[in-house]
Design a protein around this ligand. Sequence first.
Ligand code: FAD
Length: 295
Amino acid sequence: MTIDRIKGINPIKNLEMSTNPFQYKRANSVDDALEALNGDAKILAGGHSLLPAMKLRLFSADTLVDISKIESLKGIQVDGETIIIGAGTTHQAIADSEVVQEHIPLFAQVAGKIGDVQVRNVGTIGGSLAHADPAADWPAALLACHATVVLQSSSNTREIPADEFFTGMFSTALADSELITQIKVPSHTGFICRYEKFVQPASRFALVGCAICIKQDDDAISQATVAYTGLADTPFVDKGASAALQGGSLNQESIEAAVEARDQSVYVMSDHFASESYRKHLAGVMLERALQGAV
Ligand code: FAD
C-alpha cells in the first residue's frame, strides 16, 4: 500500500481546508483496503458522496482509504445466469456495458439516469449502495432485480439480498470492517424492465423513482416486482402493486389495478423538496408511466 500525505493533490488539498485533517492511503488490492479499515478509517471510491459530506462536516475520518485503483473491484462478468458487477465499477461503465444492456437492461437504464456525465464517470455502484442515500437510484434497481450484495471483511465473505441490505436512511447491513466487493444480479433476459424517475431538478437525484421487472408467459404475467426509491426513508418492494400484477395481462385495466393496490402502509418522507402527499401522488404516476412503457 502506498501512503501519501494529502498535500499536492489539489481536490483533496482544497477539501482539507474545510474538513478535519486526515490521512490518505491508496489501497492496491482488496486485502490492502481491508487491512487499512480499522479505527476511524473510511473507504473513498468516487468521492462524489463522501467528499461533499465531509465538506459539510456530516462525516469525518482519521484516514481515507482510496480503493479507486483496485482493478479487481471493476468490471462486469457473466457467470452462468448471474451478472457480477464489481463494486468499483462506475455508473457510466454500467450504462455502456453490452452485457448489462443484454442481460439486465434495467441497470443500464438506471445508470444512465444518475446525475450528470461527470457524476456517472466517477461515481461507483458500490459507493452509492454503501452511502444509502434514500433518494439514490441504484436501490430500486437492485430490489426489482432481486440482486445480492457481496460484503468482504478480512475474515469472512457474506452475500446479502438487496431487501435485507438497506436498513434505513443512510444505513445498511455493511459493517465498518467490510467492503462491498460485488453486486450479483440474476440475468433478466426475457423480462420487461423499466425505471421511471421524477428528477429533483437541482441534484438530479430521485424525488421518487420506480423500477419494475415483469415476466410474461404467453399473455399472463408470471413474475412482477415493483420497487421504489425516494419515497420512504428506506427503498422497498411494493408488495401490493407487485401482487396485483401477478397472473393478469399487461393492459390498462391491470395498470390501474396495480396503481390502486400500492402499499399505503409505508412511511412516506416529507421534506422541503416534496410533501408526503405529493410524493404519494408521484409514486402512482411513476408506476403508471413505467407500466405504460412496458406495454
Ligand atoms: P464515495 O463518495 O467515495 O463513498 C460514499 C460512501 O460509501 C462512503 O461512506 C464510503 O466510505 C463508502 N464506500 C464507497 N465504496 C465502498 C465500498 N466498495 N465498500 C464499502 N463502502 C464503500 N446518485 C444517484 O443515485 N442519483 C443521482 O441522480 C445522483 N446525482 C448526483 C449529483 C451530484 C452533483 C453528485 C455529487 C452526486 C450524485 N449522486 C447521485 C451520487 C453519486 O451517484 C455518487 O457517486 C454515489 O452516491 C457515491 O459513489 P462514490 O463512488 O462517489 O462513493
